[in-house]
Design a protein around this ligand. Sequence first.
Ligand SMILES: C[S@@+](CC[C@H](N)C(=O)[O-])C[C@H]1O[C@@H](n2cnc3c(N)ncnc32)[C@H](O)[C@@H]1O
Length: 275
Amino acid sequence: MKDADYAFRRGRGEYERLIDQAEIFGPLTERMLRSAGIGAGMHVLDIGCGAGDVSFLVSALVGPEGSVTGVDVDGGAIGVAEHRRAAHGIANVSFRQADARYLDPGRLFDAAVGRFVLMFMPDPTEALRSFAERIRPGGILAFCEQAALIAAPSDNSQPALAALLALFTSVFERSGARPDIGAELYSRMRDAGLRPDPRPLAEFVLYPARDALTFRRWALFARSMLPKIVEYGLGTEEEIRHGIEHDLRNELLVATGLVPLSWLMIGQWARVPER
Ligand SMILES: C[S@@+](CC[C@H](N)C(=O)[O-])C[C@H]1O[C@@H](n2cnc3c(N)ncnc32)[C@H](O)[C@@H]1O
């Protein structure tokens, strides 16, 4: 199956977006990691580590006796992650540029974790199977993915944001990504031969209304998708930039007091059966 066309721009703006959104999705990710059993002394793979935020969360949980290996196909992201690791003096994390589905055989890890990454795999069940081969029997696979992006107000009071959401959905679809994979995690883990826990975690992530941070977050998201929006003929750079700076800014900072769009996130984990 052909690899998905990556929906987001590679580069500084995208890494800034990932670091910014890590603040919002961090608490659910940490609860999931703890519930899954990630703890002191474990050696953990972080699949699709991006700028390193999940790796840094795991680093604190596994402590000095444990380790984290962050893997990403994007060398630029690995560079940013490594720079942040060194700046914070974190000793139990290392990063590697690689396609996580085709890691060289070597030592087995205690767990593989990931966030917003299975959604980019053309065959997520097969990908889970390949990650499980790198994990010891009885070890853990734990992933946090979006199940839906939901427009909260039904009164059409946020047309600019609603239009952007439609664009984001089109880009995800055209690029082969799966923006609703969170709801499939349980069955995909089971189909991959794993033993998923029947009690996953879920969380609605709400961005507050009339708030500069909310504007900034959606603007970062839109800017990061801009190249694909243009490439797929869904809008011009001028239209999108004007739409963000004018309509979206006005809508999110001035016009409405309603809670804007929200994400439904699911954290699901499973054990690798004893072989
Ligand atoms: C949306 S980012 C999420 C980054 C990070 N997990 C986080 O939550 O901040 C998805 C990342 O997965 C990486 N990725 C996608 N497919 C991959 C693959 N097959 N192997 C390794 N990394 C992959 C992308 O390059 C990108 O950095």
